[in-house]
Design a protein around this ligand. Structure first.
Ligand SMILES: *[C@@H]1O[C@H](CO)[C@@H](O)[C@H](O)[C@H]1NC(C)=O
Ligand SMILES: *[C@@H]1O[C@H](CO)[C@@H](O)[C@H](O)[C@H]1NC(C)=O
Ligand SMILES: *[C@@H]1O[C@H](CO)[C@@H](O)[C@H](O)[C@H]1NC(C)=O
Ligand SMILES: *[C@@H]1O[C@H](CO)[C@@H](O)[C@H](O)[C@H]1NC(C)=O
Ligand SMILES: *[C@@H]1O[C@H](CO)[C@@H](O)[C@H](O)[C@H]1NC(C)=O
Ligand SMILES: CC(=O)N[C@H]1CO[C@H](CO)[C@@H](O)[C@@H]1O
Length: 825
């Protein structure tokens, strides 16, 4: 054991022994003598084994082979003091060998060793008993045994032994034990801190190191740190840190300081004793990278509390950190980036880092070959550019983002997305997401093929990568080209697959990205193709998984697919504009797949409600089968009232159809053109748009719809109105469950409301379409009534339900009994 100012090999003084009388005998004979009835022989045999074993591992193993272990383990409890002592010396030396250690574990010897740690025993017994335990305590099961057999109290007591070897061995046992949580707490509770602090003053560096390492482990616990403070632990550490004689201890001492600095009380204590200044001196210490990086880590620790961070800011620590960014050592740079991350929690610090030119320095590190440095640098950048909700447009983060951009950081960050370290990838994605809030920077990021890179990250198995990548994607996807690129790069499917995630954050962010992408119909359609809607419906059924984010994603997708929206939600807003291809397949229960129009068309005719489809024929239509095309002159004359003529004709034509049946499998499926609907649209445009009163327009449109669908029907006589039969006939004639809305000449609430919505949307009027119970449906319109008393300045809006059935054109004020009656059966 080395001692300061003393010779390396000097060991504490021991009693000297009589010359060994068993000398000259073979080890085998000596081992046999361990069973001798004479105490004198026993003592001498033990001593001989000690001497023999001390000469090397081979000897230890050979004595082990001769069966010395069992008798020695008994002799350590011998009533004769000398036999006990010598047996311990032999056992202690033997136990340093790993074969012996394994053999010892099988003998239940630990309780009797602990038994002999009491203060009445000889110091030599203490020395070799603790040596034994120190060797054994590296093993997990032995540690547990030492703890369970109450070994800690006597070992802690021996920390104060006058013998340095006993101290060192006891310290080693404690160090091994405190690797486990329960022992850490116990050492504190058993009063282990004061003797450990005392050992910091030891003359033997090995003891000082061990004491510091043990304290390093112990001070991870908060209560222990409190005791440490009360026992003037800091003062003692500061003494070490202030002395150049103890340079070898500085790194470990700083580590203990770093642990303690997570408490703001400790920091105040250190600060008031000039400790911060001392730390800064270490930070700036040239040529001692290890000490420097540990001191910077202390600063990072301090900065984690907001109160302390302010203090550091007042001391202008940012300036020092920016200087450290140009130190050559990688570990110092890495620690500095970590400190920058921690300090970036404070807006004022972010600002100062930027003003001091810290950002280009950090960006530069993104090119370094050290993975750890790149990870720390990306973390620092992500923190520097991060702005919480309240400061979303703060000049600070905007300025930091611009600084990263000007240093061309965005380019390298995109490259980092291809890397293999998940934390670096996550940090890079997060930073890019932060930067992309500014349009110019977003374009820059996109021009470096960020989307391509992000598509790969969407397949990651690391949560943090997924969270930050989807977050970044949600920001980038507000750009039209980005969405198109994501689709062509095959990114939509992995994005949609993230809806299966059970991680809340991943799910939220995936929903945000999906909402952003759903703005374009083609991307929305493709996401639906990958099952996005079904998965979102499933999520909607789960109390734990649904959220405002999943709702938003669902609504965004539905807004680009109104047929599905109406099926699922029973509601189309006035901003949901129905177009060709819209179909009403009735209400669909959550979780059910909504069939496509093509699938529905191919089903055999059944007894269910028909699927009503909207498909205005357009002028350019070429492929309308001749039989179904109405004669223009004929329709012109009948356009105002009776539109049954063209349909009658169709019924006749139907016969022709049946003689020449079209095979659906041979031709690609095609929706039937609805010429009658086209005529209704034309009529609405000609006669309703010119009306100058909005209310009159709605009323006229209502009358047009009613006339087309069989005219007014008295509520009491509704059951006599033959709409069911009419629809069955239509289905039979068309040989399909899908019926174009223009063909319906006898319709009730749901058919009329759909036609009203459809015509209103076509001619630019505005209304909703709502389905209530039992498939009843209605339209709601919003009218502004000018208030004459205030010169027409203030206008009041009022909602009305449009009567299309009983007194067509009547507008029923919403929520009045008349309106409610119209909406319910
Ligand atoms: C205890 O401290 C040592 C450094 O002295 C460290 O290597 C070890 O991981 C720590 N153990 C625990 C459990 O914290
Ligand atoms: C990485 O950092 C080390 C330490 O500062 C430096 O020596 C090395 O040149 C850097 N490498 C690159 C590629 O910048
Ligand atoms: C910044 O980095 C630290 C890690 O040093 C982290 O704990 C913190 O949450 C990060 N975020 C912000 C906004 O500071
Ligand atoms: C979501 O679930 C709620 C209640 O379970 C339901 O009322 C609602 O219609 C569902 N939304 C969609 C769009 O399926
Ligand atoms: C709407 O959803 C249906 C059913 O999933 C699908 O067949 C159709 O292609 C979708 N249309 C659009 C425009 O998204
Ligand atoms: C900078 C940033 O936002 N990083 C986030 C990345 O994702 C993890 C979740 O796993 C978050 O905790 C981080 O804050």
């Amino acid at each position: 054991m080395g001692k300061k100012g003393k010779k390396e090999h000097e060991t504490p003084c021991k009693e000297t022994f009589e010359p060994v009388p068993v000398e000259g005998r073979t080890p085998a004979t000596v081992v046999l003598l361990l069973s001798s009835p004479e105490e004198d022989i026993l003592a001498k045999a033990c001593e001989a084994i000690h001497t023999f074993a001390e000469k090397g591992d081979e000897n230890k193993v050979s004595v082990l082979g001769l069966g010395a272990l069992q008798p020695l383990c008994q002799l350590i409890a011998h009533k004769n003091k000398l036999v006990r002592r010598n047996a311990f010396m032999a056992l202690g030396i033997m136990a340093t060998n790993s074969d012996v250690k394994s053999a010892l574990k099988k003998i239940d010897v630990i309780p009797s060793i602990i038994d002999k740690l009491s203060l009445e025993e000889d110091i030599v017994v203490h020395e070799f008993a603790t040596l034994c335990l120190a060797s054994l305590s590296v093993d997990f099961f032995c540690k547990v045994q030492i703890f369970d057999n109450k070994g800690l109290p006597p070992v802690i007591q021996l920390l104060s032994s006058p013998d340095p070897d006993v101290k060192k061995n006891s310290l080693e046992i404690i160090f091994n034990l405190v690797q486990d949580y329960q022992s850490r707490l116990a050492v504190h509770e058993l009063g282990g801190i004061p003797p450990l602090l005392e050992l910091l003053k030891s003359d033997f560096p090995v003891i000082q190191h061990l004491a510091l390492k043990t304290l390093q482990n112990l001070t991870t616990d908060k209560d222990t740190r409190n005791t440490f403070r009360q026992q003037q632990g800091f003062e003692k550490l500061m003494d070490i840190l202030s002395s150049t004689d103890f340079r070898d201890l500085h790194a470990e001492a700083l580590q203990v300081v770093s642990n303690c600095l997570s408490d703001s009380e400790s920091f105040k204590l250190i600060h008031s004793a000039g400790g911060l200044m001392r730390l800064m001196e270490f930070v700036l210490h040239p040529n001692m990278p290890e000490i420097q990086s540990r001191a910077v880590k202390c600063i990072a620790r301090v900065a984690q509390s907001s109160e302390n961070g302010k203090l550091l800011h007042e001391q202008n620590v940012e300036k020092v950190l920016v200087e450290l960014l140009s130190v050559a050592d990688v570990s110092v740079k890495t620690a500095t980036c970590q400190a920058v991350s921690a300090m970036s929690f404070h807006l004022a610090s972010k600002d100062r880092f930027r003003d001091l030119g810290g950002i280009p320095a950090v960006v530069q590190m993104l090119n370094n070959e050290s993975l750890a440095l790149r990870e720390a640098a990306t973390q620092a950048l992500s923190n520097l550019t991060y702005s919480n909700q309240l400061n979303a447009f703060s000049s600070i983060s905007v300025g930091s983002s611009s600084a990263v951009y000007e240093a061309e950081g965005h380019k390298i960050l995109v490259q980092e997305l291809f890397g293999s370290c998940p934390r670096t990838v996550a940090n890079s994605a997060a930073t890019l997401g932060n930067l992309a809030g500014q349009e110019v920077i977003r374009c820059g990021i996109l021009s470096h093929r960020a989307i391509q890179a992000l598509v790969d990250t969407l397949k990651s198995t690391y949560t943090e990568v997924l969270v930050n990548a989807t977050q970044c994607l949600a920001v980038l996807a507000c750009d039209t080209e980005a969405r198109a690129e994501l689709q062509s790069a095959g990114g939509l499917q992995p994005l949609v697959n993230l809806l299966r995630s059970y991680d809340k954050e991943v799910l939220h962010n995936a929903c945000m990205a999906i909402s952003a992408c759903a703005i374009d119909e083609p991307t929305a359609v493709e996401m639906c193709k990958y099952g996005a809607l079904e998965m979102l419906q499933e999520i909607n059924q789960s109390v734990n998984r649904k959220s405002s984010f999943s709702k938003l994603a669902m609504i965004s997708l539905l807004n680009s697919n109104l047929s599905v929206k109406y099926s699922l939600t029973d509601h189309l807003a006035s901003t949901d504009i129905i177009s060709n291809g819209f179909y009403d397949a009735g209400k669909v229960r959550g979780g059910q797949r909504i069939l496509t129009l093509e699938e529905l068309s191919k089903q055999p005719v059944n007894q269910h409600r028909p699927i009503i489809v909207v498909n205005r024929a357009t002028e350019e239509t070429v492929h309308v089968p001749e039989e179904r095309q109405s004669n223009p002159s004929e329709t012109d004359t009948s356009s105002k009232g009776d539109r049954r003529t063209p349909r009658k004709k169709k019924e006749d034509d139907k016969q022709k159809d049946e003689t020449q049946p079209e095979s659906p499998t041979e031709k690609p499926w095609k929706m039937m053109d609805d010429v009658s609907l086209q005529l209704l649209v034309k009529e609405a445009k000609e006669f309703i748009l010119p009306l100058n009163d909005e209310q009159e327009q709605y009323a006229a449109l209502a009358r047009l719809v009613s006339e087309a669908m069989g005219g007014a029907v008295e509520a009491k006589k509704l059951h006599e109105f033959p709409w069911v039969l009419h629809l069955s006939e239509l289905k039979f004639q068309l040989q399909s469950n899908v019926v174009p809305i223009g063909l319906i000449s006898k319709g009730i609430y749901c058919h009329r409301a759909l036609l009203f919505k459809c015509l209103a949307d076509c001619i630019g009027m505005s209304c909703t379409l709502v389905r209530g119970e039992y498939n009843r449906a209605w339209n709601e319109v919003l009218l502004f009534s000018r208030n004459p008393s205030s010169n027409g300045r203030s206008s009041q809006s009022c909602r009305y339900i449009v009567d299309l059935m009983h007194q067509p054109g009547n507008l029923l004020t919403a929520n009045t009994p008349a309106a409610v009656q119209y909406q319910t059966i």
